[in-house]
Design a protein around this ligand. Structure first.
Ligand SMILES: Cc1ncc(COP(=O)(O)O)c(C=O)c1O
Length: 392
């Protein structure tokens, strides 16, 4: 039971559980990361699509068990390329979950496609498959499911519907590196998958992303599009030492520096370890908090393994902001996440609250707690102590 008047709470002037603020996320970096960046910087090969980038791409393709990984400067760029490569007619429709980051929608809009927002499940923010068919029209060309928080979307059901209607699936796996769906890593379920290596993600290259596909012709064209419309990729691969690569298409500059590639390699080497550290914290939270009846946990998709990118709890909607403020006063930097797209100025023409009951309920209840490999067990304990204090 919440007792908002409790004078022992830091929000009411009591002593906080932690004097130092416990951050909500923090990238994990160790000596290997510092060494690999140092080495590549000293080598002075710092420009794009260098040897370290190629090694990282190969290692990641093996890890994900996919044919093609193309390292790019962000997941936003990977998403944009995912639509660019198909050259769909302007005005075609892409179904995007209402509860996502702006990049999923921007990618379609940037390619002159229209976004149709779809509702999500109220207990985990994942695309609500039972409603999916209702958004399909004659103009629909693609679906862009999102693995919110690292929890895989229901990809078998989504691919079945997509195949029945001949739709292209861009799987926004920005948050789910290392998660598994039905025994396979996320990244091979859709036609294209797009990972993020932004500083908040489980594997980071500072900024960065990966364009992932098993389709050779899609990969071949994206190699050109991400390198300013040139055939430099194959020029380098074939070790041509005469002449010059050619300008064969239009494109943009989405390649990554060799420095980011080096960081990708050292991060990938410890990805499973880092995800396991997150898992231990998640299990600790679940054990400690499961007795608090006002708290629910996010539902994990059946048959999947979670990389614990985020740890979210679902609380009473009318008290969510008070709980967040009370935890922050205790020194725990809890946070809310994604405002549903239609509630943002730019997307307000795409629907109203009543169109997305699942998304609104999820948004109203979700509170994120700190989770990252370097979170000490003492701090994880402080997080659960702060929650217990607030819910006493
Ligand atoms: C679901 C989703 N898609 C795309 C992105 C964009 O990633 P990036 O910052 O690498 O462009 C994010 C970023 O957090 C995200 O959460």
């Amino acid at each position: 039971m919440l007792n908002k008047e409790n004078s022992e709470l830091a929000i009411n002037g009591g002593n906080p559980i932690s004097n130092a603020k416990i951050l909500i996320h923090k990238p994990y970096m160790d000596e290997d990361d510092f060494d690999s960046v140092d080495k590549v910087t000293r080598s002075t090969f710092v420009s794009g699509d260098g040897p370290e980038c190629r090694i990282f791409e190969k290692g990641l393709a093996e890890y994900l068990d996919v044919k093609h990984v193309l390292f790019v400067n962000s997941a936003t760029s990977a998403l944009e390329l995912a639509f660019r490569v198909k050259s769909f007619p302007a005005g075609s429709e892409v179904i995007v979950p209402n509860f996502t980051y702006t990049s999923t929608a921007i990618a379609a809009l940037y390619n002159n496609l229209n976004v149709v927002l779809a509702d999500v499940y109220p207990d985990n923010g994942s695309l609500d498959v039972s409603k999916l068919k209702s958004y399909i029209t004659k103009k629909t060309v693609a679906i862009a499911p999102v693995d919110y928080g690292g929890i895989p979307a229901e990809m078998d059901e989504i691919m079945n519907i997509a195949n029945q209607h001949g739709l292209y699936v861009v799987h926004d796996t920005a948050q789910s590196i290392g998660s598994e769906y039905k025994g396979k890593k996320t990244g091979c379920q859709g036609h294209v998958s797009t990972f993020s290596f932004h500083g908040t993600k489980n594997l980071t290259t500072g900024e960065g992303g990966a364009f992932v596909t098993n389709d050779d012709s899609i990969a071949d064209r994206v190699k050109i599009l991400r390198e300013k419309g040139t055939d430099k990729y194959s020029f380098l691969t074939d070790n041509k030492d005469r002449g010059y690569y050619e300008y064969v298409d239009i494109g943009n500059s989405y390649v990554q520096s060799n420095i980011n590639g080096a960081l990708g390699i050292s991060q990938l080497n410890k990805l499973d370890w880092m995800n396991n550290e997150r898992r231990k914290i998640a299990e600790f939270y679940k054990n400690e908090l499961s007795g608090i009846k006002e708290i629910d946990f996010m539902r994990i998709t059946e048959g999947s393994n979670h990389n614990w990118h985020l740890f979210g709890v679902l609380v009473l909607l009318e008290d969510r902001y008070w709980i967040m403020d009370a935890l922050r006063a205790e020194g725990v930097l809890a946070n809310v996440h994604y405002t549903p797209l239609h509630r943002n100025k730019y997307y307000s023409c795409l629907g109203e609250d009543r169109d997305f009951p699942g998304s609104i309920e999820f948004f109203n209840r979700l509170l994120r707690l700190p989770i990252y490999p370097s979170l000490s067990s003492v701090d994880a304990q402080r997080v659960t102590q702060a929650i217990a204090k607030v819910f006493l």
